[in-house]
Design a protein around this ligand. Structure first.
Ligand SMILES: Nc1ncnc2c1ncn2[C@@H]1O[C@H](COP(=O)(O)OP(=O)(O)O)[C@@H](O)[C@H]1O
Ligand SMILES: [Mg+2]
Length: 270
């Protein structure tokens, strides 16, 4: 069985894309799934979350996702690229600043490069799920992720500034479906929510009205436990298993898996 590939995308920074990938990978691994994380952001936040910034900054391009863009030869060198983390069943393709020069704004004009991540992932075996953490733009790295993915999840903080941005993300998904017709929206994940704030509650209800059942039932709250766990380089379900943050993360993992299962069986029936 090929792995289910999910990319987390939004053209804004600070939405909780990397944080969601980081913590979710822990909860998913704890359900017994083999998870591969792909850091597709030249900022390398997800890589730093697991390996620390000093180590990540020193990585040579061929030890990171950049290797795939630099030399097609690395397509088959997946053992060098996907490395184990300190956590059982979580491996990772890392990224650092060396990816920046490949993350060009007009991805379709870059020729073959747009399928490099898809080609790489298609030959990997042994993973149940691949989560791709995208940078805060819709350039080459995000485009590669959209063309490699089965599903896309959009982390969105419940604040108004996101509305215009979301439309652009949906356009990019529609656009990618021309080349990757099986790409499907898994849903919007409300992140960093503070339900004490009227503005957050009202944005959440407007988002649900507009996007209906594509909005995940599970809402990720703004909680210091996420930041503390990240600083300690542990997904929150490992670092603070009894915290509310861990409970919500496990719920999010369960909802994600059930959405994937429902959509996959619909596809198989079609
Ligand atoms: N639910 C949350 N609660 C508290 N802090 C969060 C939460 N989600 C993200 N953060 C923090 O906000 C910052 C930006 O989040 P990040 O996941 O890096 O966003 P993105 O990847 O979308 O740019 C990070 O410092 C992260 O630790
Ligand atoms: Mg990020």
């Amino acid at each position: 069985m090929p792995a289910t590939v999910i990319c987390l995308i939004n053209q804004k920074g600070g939405c909780g894309k990397s944080s969601t990938c980081f913590h979710l990978s822990g909860a998913l691994a704890q359900t017994g799934r083999n998870v591969l994380l792909v850091d597709a952001d030249p900022q390398g936040s997800l890589s730093q979350g697991f390996f620390g910034s000093a180590q990540v900054e020193m990585l040579r391009p061929e030890e990171t996702l950049a290797g795939l863009f630099e030399d097609q030869r690395f397509l088959s060198e997946f053992h060098a690229l996907s490395v184990p983390t300190a956590f059982e069943r979580i491996s990772m393709v890392r990224a650092n600043q060396t990816l920046a020069r490949h993350n060009v704004p007009a991805p379709e004009q870059a020729g073959l490069n747009q399928y490099v991540l898809r080609d790489f992932l298609s030959q990997l075996a042994g993973y149940d799920l691949v989560l791709i953490d995208c940078p805060p733009n819709l350039y080459q790295a995000s485009w590669n992720a959209l063309l490699a993915a089965d599903f896309v999840a959009i982390p969105v903080p419940p604040e108004d500034f996101g509305t215009q941005g979301l439309r652009v993300v949906h356009q990019a998904i529609q656009h990618a479906r021309v080349l990757n017709p099986s790409l499907e929206l898994l849903g919007h994940v409300i992140t960093r929510a503070d339900r004490r704030l009227l503005v957050h509650r009202s944005y959440e209800s407007r988002l649900r009205q507009h996007y209906q059942e594509t909005v995940f039932t599970t809402v990720v709250p703004e909680a210091s436990a996420f930041k503390v766990a990240l600083t300690c380089r542990q997904p929150v379900t490992y670092h603070a298993p009894r915290s509310r943050a861990a409970e919500v993360t496990s719920q999010l993992a369960a909802e994600l898996l059930s959405r994937v299962a429902a959509k996959t069986s619909k596809r198989e029936a079609a």
